[in-house]
Design a binder for this molecule. Structure first.
Ligand code: UDP
Ligand code: MG
Length: 305
């Protein structure tokens, strides 16, 4: 008989959590299970709400962080604490519909698959501009990394134990789960569903937050931007060299009336921009190296219930 671990990262989900639980238990099949609520430093009554549920259902565990460490840290903590043969990551806002759980378990009975992942076929209910940038992000990142990340893929997925253990061996600080899932490999089956609106509360993602997340994803899984920097440098150097010869010949044969102020300014600002851009790219990698070598914990647990 197998055990199912359900990991629910929660940040300020006091409103959504009870609704989520009611929906969830409808779809947990007749098997041993644990629900791990990872409270990511919530400022509202998420823990109290969780404890009320726990009074009803002893299979609930709550891990409470000392502050907000982000969803990725929550996922990591949940995976570490879990001991099921099957582990599923699911959001507390019902955007990851629990009704898919039985189907996922059914698929994993097949020896062929190690994981079932989900992706949204629509992004209805999401701001247009956000969808646009999300699509763009998947296009860019898939060009840059060796493994493939499915457009619209959610973190909502169920995995068998060996895959979970593999994920836990990836010990980086800047975690980008979608990349990690793809990187560890294993046979994954994708199932699709229509986008669902958050049941209560509000999204924690600002546009800026998503932008940083996107940069994390690219820098964390690809060194292509560094090579791009080299390439830009090489191209600019070649251009500069050719231009130098042109200027020299012009000066020798036609004299050198002092002019060309506009072109000078254009070149200086353009080169200044390119230099800063390339420096910035290098800086992104350096900054991450810096954070990684500090080897700080990815989260701190304040209390377990
Ligand atoms: N979450 C978290 N820590 C955070 C932000 C979010 O644990 O710092 C949880 C949140 O409670 C929810 C899930 O991650 O269960 C997804 O968050 P959200 O719904 O805000 O993201 P979206 O669905 O809009 O991408
Ligand atoms: Mg959500």
């Amino acid at each position: 008989m197998q055990k199912l671990s359900i990991i629910v990262p929660c940040f300020n989900e006091e409103k959504a959590l009870p609704l989520f639980y009611e929906e969830l238990i409808k779809y947990i099949p007749d098997m041993a299970y644990e629900i791990i609520i990872v409270d990511d430093g919530s400022k509202d009554k998420t823990v109290e709400t969780g404890l009320k549920l726990k009074a009803r259902d002893p299979n609930i565990k709550i891990i409470s962080f000392s502050r907000n460490f982000g969803k990725e840290a929550g996922i990591l903590a949940g995976l570490k604490e879990s001991d099921g043969d099957l582990v599923v990551l699911i959001d507390a806002d019902l955007q990851d519909p629990p009704r898919l759980l039985p189907e996922m378990i059914e698929i994993l009975k097949d020896d062929e698959y190690d994981s079932v992942a989900t992706y949204r076929v629509t992004r209805a209910g999401e701001p247009k501009i956000r969808s646009f940038f999300a699509r763009l992000f998947y296009k860019i990142i898939n060009k840059m990394i060796d493994v493939e990340i499915v457009d619209g893929a959610r973190d909502y997925r169920m995995m068998k134990r060996p895959m979970v253990d593999a994920i836990l061996t990836l010990d980086e600080y800047h975690r980008f789960s979608k990349g990690i899932f793809a990187w560890v490999g294993f046979n994954t089956k994708y199932i699709e569903y229509e986008n669902e609106k958050r049941v209560a509360g509000e999204t924690k993602w600002s546009f800026w937050g998503l932008f940083k997340y996107a940069i994390d994803g690219i820098v964390g899984f690809s060194t292509v931007p560094l090579r791009l920097a080299t390439l830009i440098g090489a191209l600019v150097s070649v251009f500069g060299f050719v231009y130098m010869i042109y200027i020299a010949i012009k000066a020798i044969f036609f004299g050198d009336p002092v002019a060309g102020y506009p072109s000078l300014i254009v070149i200086i600002t353009l080169l200044g921009g390119i230099e800063l851009l390339v420096l910035g790219i290098v800086g992104e990698y350096l900054a991450r190296t810096y954070v990684e070598v500090k080897r700080r914990p990815k989260y701190i647990i304040r209390k377990r219930y």
